[in-house]
Design a protein around this ligand. Sequence first.
Ligand code: AMP
Ligand code: MG
Length: 390
Amino acid sequence: MIQVDHALSIIAENISKMPVKKIKVGKSLGFILAEAIYSPIDMPPFRQSAMDGYAFVHSELSTFSVVSSSQAGDYSNLKLGLNEAIRIFTGAYVPDDANTVVMQEHTTATKDSIHIDKLPVPFSNVRNKGEQIEKGKLVLDKNTIITPAAIGFFACLGISEIKVYSKPKIAILVTGNELVKVGKKLPKGKIYESNSVMLEAALKEVGIKKTTIFRVKDNLKATSKMVESCLAHFDVILISGGISVGDYDFVKEALLQNGVEELFYKINQKPGKPLFFGKKEEKLVFALPGNPASSLTCFYVYALPALKKRLGFTDIHLPKMNRKITTNFQNNTGKTLFLKGFYDDDCVTVLESQSSAMLNTFAVANCFIYVPHTVVDIQENHEVQIIPFN
Ligand code: AMP
Ligand code: MG
């Protein structure tokens, strides 16, 4: 049995990033950039008007004849006399001669001329060529997560394809004779199978939209065959249940039979002690405890950072914050605790019912309260570390 920090360091050291692939920018939301991208153009590509108004050569003059008009998309590069202006609209090409745009709200227009009521300072309301980014400059660096704004930024520079880390193919393998699919009648002695949909949803939170779910009875041969097939077709396998020490827990044996190398098994924590993490080549296997709250705790604390590493994230650690605890708390277990808690701007409250078999408090919790195994007494109002879920 190992401590939580040791298990986390084993994860951080043993996981490589997924292979790099080219992808259309429009399909890259949530991926991690696997290359630094440099701008192929100046943006803006030309001097643009930032306002609807009039472009002119700045001077002390206040009356101008309006000699032409230019809307966004037009290209006219008129020579302007000192007392000449052109009508111009937002986004339009500013003639090379003009250095300033006055917004139309600061002018009075007559038929063919304008009077500037409020003279702007020179160079106002003109977006310079390359003002946002110059050709050849860094657009976004390697390892940046692609957001909607990043997609827009690439598109406005005419970039259509980028290299990202591909997403792992993930299998969820559910074990347990007692499990019945939601939607079916519940026979005596059985329970509804809830871990697969829960883990599938948790994977969606990190942008993994597609997972494949398999089910197997508590039987060594069947489990071993299923593990073999999952190892052949998937990059990451999350197994639910069958990893404890009962007579019908066959997962560990099935993994070892298939050449999965054990990197750790059992962690000094509550909930989620019987967690197995192993590897076969670059393929990762997490055998999560069957108890639903243990399963999800182990997913968040261990499988999620591992997946983030595989996806190319540089910061894979769970974010921690400090809050004052609202009650005294005793940890007599000698284990690290991940308690379900509810925090606000100031405090955190330990929720009732911390059973590893139950999701009732997990469903309303918004954080774990992290209590290291070395901490026994926590006094009300003292700061504790929390791990927020969002
Ligand atoms: P196990 O780790 O297989 O011994 O399972 C521990 C407990 O979790 C047992 O009470 C199981 O019935 C329950 N359990 C296991 N797998 C699931 C699942 N997929 N959905 C809901 N409960 C489960
Ligand atoms: Mg079981």
